[in-house]
Design a protein around this ligand. Sequence first.
Ligand code: FAD
Ligand code: NAI
Length: 468
Amino acid sequence: MSETSYDLIVIGSGPGGYVAAIRAAQLGMKVACVEMRATLGGTCLNVGCIPSKALLVSSEKYAEAMHGLAAHGVRVGTVGFDLAAMMGHKDKVVKDNTAGIEYLFKKNKIDWLKGKGAIAAAGQVTVTGVDGVKTYAAKNILIATGSESMPLPGVTVDEKRIVTSTGALALASVPKTMVIIGGGVIGLELGSVYQRLGAQVTVVEFLDRILPTMDGEISKTMQKVLSKQGMQFKLGSKVTSAVNDGAQVSLVVEPAAGGAAEKVQAEIVLLAIGRRPFTEGLGLEKVGVKLDERKRVAVDHKFQTNVPGIYAIGDVIVGPMLAHKAEDEGVVCAEIMAGQSGHINYDAIPGVVYTWPEAASVGKTEEELKKAGVQYKTGKFPFSANGRARAMNETEGFVKILADAATDKVLGAHIVGADAGTIIAELAMAIEFGASSEDVARTCHAHPTLNECVKEAALAVDNRPIHI
Ligand code: FAD
Ligand code: NAI
């Protein structure tokens, strides 16, 4: 095999692509990964999960010092913050993480082909970099090119005053007023960051609820909790224009169903109405790779496109746009290429909103079960009845478990509360193992922990919780 010929060329080094490359290398393949960004790690490490969580943690610490420590008898002097230092911490975390992927590539002998990749034909990838265009041969090609922010007609993004999540992760100062278009995950997470730092945040959401893909009770509770923190919501509303005069943005907001328009001013507008698959310039039309009705790369259950030898995973295909979903698909796809059998249980993929308190879900929502006509039992337990939560002064929220009425199999679990994103892991495992709520209830949980709420919610499915 010549130097320009590989068993696998992955296009895109996000959590889907880099994980697939590492797993393929572990399985003995000669692997290259094409990435056009200056650093590896994709949206997640550069402008997504990691920087947003760095700012969420930093702003949480500030909010705790301002509002949370006194109740614990901890006195602090004047509390303040330094946004530049917070941004500096975030940048360092990003740098360490992206450099970590470069190290892992070297360790696994994966070549980073720097530049923009395109598929010239099945088995042939071109890379346009600073040295011009180079062509490489590959037995298999994996498209892992991810997604980009969805645009909105009438709202022109300049990443300064009208920003996507990328601009919102790098604001030079905290705005006095911030309007967020879209009450989804990005809106609530980044809205929380700036609301904690002093911005008046208003979320404009098209539908009549925030977090529309989550369980309805989670959406309602999160709106209540975030409203109490000072976030404002305009539900059932749409932005029809945004005029940026360089100092302010004037927005026109209308009821989604039509009606009288309202003018709203904001120093910063964050557009967060979803993301769309990114396939620009890949040459898919030329090689005949089919897209689905939502312009995602169409794949079968083995992540194979309609063109033999070309696969796709992650945000660019169907399914939730989540880093861990992309990673798991990367592993399974590499194993399938190596002749192994692989499988992903899409009912056991947790989703977490990293506000404070956090919201976390896995499996089916009540709305989905009702729509499918599935008979189910519900067990619920509030954090206010948990000793550890009281000690932490973190009593907001609940754990809810949905189990099949006939078999008791856990079908879904939904949590609002402190560390919900960590707590949900045991319920994802319960679903993965096909556990019943009785199995969860009979599993010994350490005391005093927040996870005891999971045990109690499981007991509540059978109407026998102990502590309520
Ligand atoms: P990506 O991470 O998008 O990576 C694709 C890579 O391909 C990019 O680096 C791009 O430069 C490169 N590329 C594209 N086309 C080409 C080409 N032709 N040639 C060369 N390179 C190319 N998910 C979570 O699970 N948890 C979170 O907390 C979370 N937080 C998020 C916060 C924000 C603000 C955003 C925007 C997203 C967040 N996500 C989160 C979603 C997560 O980032 C994505 O689901 C994940 O990154 C998808 O991985 P991927 O590998 O499919 O694609
Ligand atoms: P989203 O899909 O979570 O939310 C978009 C929201 O915008 C929805 O509530 C939708 O109803 C609303 N909307 C759509 N069009 C609108 C319009 N014209 N006017 C007003 N509202 C409108 O998308 P978001 O927040 O942009 O995030 C993109 C993706 O990134 C998500 O799929 C998510 O999975 C991922 N992500 C994950 C995170 C996590 O796992 N913690 C954090 C951030 C992003």
